[in-house]
Design a protein around this ligand. Structure first.
Ligand code: AHQ
Length: 244
């Protein structure tokens, strides 16, 4: 096999292996803010800052998913994808939804939900990262935008770690506020399974496979940048390697 061809082969090894390698290297479960959360050393103010800023991400997810929905080629795929929007927005008939659960989390950590909904604690970097994700979903080919949601492959382990840490190390948080994360333990694997199936079925050229890997790297950067901003804004330490 010629050298260039060998290099191409190594770069374009099994797509799932490449996607998993992105998560192993860049998923935000390794971010210092999450490491501090899991160690139980975050202050109430730092946790409140995180919940208030993550609200902007949560309320933007159904907007992002509606953008992808509008680009999906057929009814079969839209019937699958529309579940994500309803999971977050709830329904006219029954209300509910993840955004409502996130506001319950806000109350459980002592935030005034009006402040959260008015985005009075929203950091510029959080807004830019999240708006960048929504624009990505609006403008990329649907299979590449779907690939950016595959951080959900790595979410369940993080959700379990987070629930255990918040229950054991932050007893001042009303446990009812954690319902959102418990629900993600069911929804993230369901969503990741269908997203991965589509990506593997439709990203059939080396160029599309590369674009899907880059989409996941981009999404990891979205999540990482949000935590960088929150870590610095709420005085939880440096974001880079510890000063020597
Ligand atoms: O609560 C999260 C959520 O609803 C979603 C949707 C999904 C997407 O479409 O990009 N990603 C995602 C994530 C949620 N929670 C994050 C967290 O750490 O609480 C993780 C994030 C993900 O990894 O995908």
């Amino acid at each position: 096999m010629a050298t260039r061809e060998a290099e191409r082969f190594s770069e374009t090894g099994d797509l799932l292996d490449r996607l998993r390698a992105v998560g192993a290297a860049r998923y935000h479960d390794k971010h210092p803010f999450h490491l501090k959360m899991h160690a139980g050393v975050l202050t109430p103010a730092q946790l409140r800052g995180w919940v208030a800023n993550r609200y902007y991400y949560q309320k933007s997810i159904p907007i992002k998913d509606a953008a992808i929905l509008s680009n999906l080629p057929d009814r079969e795929r839209r019937r699958v994808w529309i579940r994500r929007i309803l999971d977050h927005d709830g329904t006219l008939e029954h209300g509910g939804g993840g955004i409502e659960s996130w506001l319950a989390l806000a109350r459980a950590v002592g935030l005034d939900e009006r402040d959260v909904m008015q985005e009075s604690l929203l950091l510029p970097a959080t807004r830019f990262a999240v708006d960048g994700y929504v624009t990505f979903a609006r403008t990329q080919p649907w299979v590449v935008a779907v690939a950016s949601s595959l951080t959900e492959l790595f979410a369940p382990d993080l959700m379990s770690q987070r629930i255990d840490a918040l229950v054991e190390k932050y007893p001042w948080i009303d446990e009812r506020g954690l319902q959102y994360f418990r629900k993600r333990l069911q929804l993230a694997p369901r969503d990741a399974e269908s997203a991965l199936e589509w990506v593997r079925a439709f990203a059939t050229t080396p160029e599309l496979k590369d674009a899907c890997v880059r989409a996941l790297e981009f999404k990891c950067d979205v999540l990482w940048a949000m935590l960088d901003a929150i870590l610095l804004a709420y005085g939880a330490g440096t974001t880079g390697p510890q000063e020597s």
